[in-house]
Design a protein around this ligand. Structure first.
Ligand SMILES: Nc1ncnc2c1ncn2[C@@H]1O[C@H](COP(=O)(O)OP(=O)(O)OP(=O)(O)O)[C@@H](O)[C@H]1O
Length: 251
């Protein structure tokens, strides 16, 4: 039997006396885009931080390519909601995207080519020499995504990555993730509180219970690709899935 890219088994996390995540198990296969949704405060960020190796789980295990995660794995990149705090303000856009590549054992030429490719994927080739404060919120989040893409992780984790941008930018960034994921063959695990977004983006949606989180249901999203902000969201299959997830979250 092949080993999944990511295997989460019986994961739980307790902050002092607060039980945040109870017992979560699931696997992600290479090339999948899996979304996690759940009620507010159910433990989504805690779960993602445990998977990223940023928080030690109180119970259970996380494995990447069959290897137990016990610190931040080198084969993983995380995109957070708060782009303004995740970019280095004194570095240019180019410098921010290049920063994590310093420890990847790459030549200067290869680093440059990876940064240029990632910036072109996110449509920011013309902004390479700008600093974060010169960019809009949506552009700053594109830089965060480019930084993760240039790193070429086996797995990209995204924690509410579009929650701090306006609706139009959000739709553009959703489509950007779908496009780069298709071109780069990326595996993505994305946390969102937005049910419609989870259905629009995912191959599978994991629905979590209220805190302490467990997996209530896993739904396969059989919508045609490439997805389209108007046609996909207007389809009967989309409406059926979003209604089913809303019902699971509110029950
Ligand atoms: N550092 C902490 N110390 C104590 N309790 C915490 C800490 N971080 C989170 N919690 C608690 O753990 C539970 C889960 O929080 P978490 O942020 O993981 O949920 P979430 O689903 O990501 O929330 P949201 O929907 O608001 O983004 C909540 O009850 C929260 O108050």
């Amino acid at each position: 039997m092949s080993v999944p890219m990511l295997d989460v088994v019986g994961l739980g996390h307790t902050y002092g006396s607060v039980d945040a995540v109870s017992d979560v198990s699931f696997a992600v296969e290479p090339g999948e885009l899996v979304c996690i949704v759940g009620p507010s405060g159910c433990g989504k960020s805690t779960l993602l931080r445990c998977i990223a190796g940023l928080l030690p789980p109180s119970r259970g295990t996380v494995s990447l390519h069959g290897d137990r995660v016990s610190g931040v794995p080198s084969d993983l990149a995380v995109v957070f909601q708060d782009y303004s705090r995740s970019l280095l303000p004194w570095r240019t856009v180019f410098g921010n995207v290049e920063f994590p590549l310093r420890d990847r054992g790459l030549s200067t030429v290869e680093r440059r080519s990876r940064v240029e490719e990632a910036l072109s994927w996110v449509g920011l080739s013309g902004a390479a020499s700008k600093h974060p404060h010169e960019l809009s919120g949506g552009m700053q989040q594109r830089v965060s995504i480019a930084r993760a893409l240039a790193y070429r992780p086996a797995l990209m984790l995204m924690d509410e990555p579009f929650a701090s941008v306006d609706a139009q930018t959000r739709a553009d960034l959703e489509d950007l993730v779908l496009q780069v994921r298709a071109s780069a063959g990326m595996t993505v695990l994305l946390v969102t509180h937005d049910i419609d977004e989870s259905v629009y983006l995912a191959d599978r949606v994991l629905v979590l219970s209220p805190s302490p989180a467990t997996v209530v249901e896993t739904l396969k999203v059989d919508l045609p690709s490439p997805r389209d902000q108007i046609a996909t969201r207007g389809s009967d299959a989309f409406v059926r899935l979003r209604t089913e997830i809303a019902r699971l979250i509110r029950r």
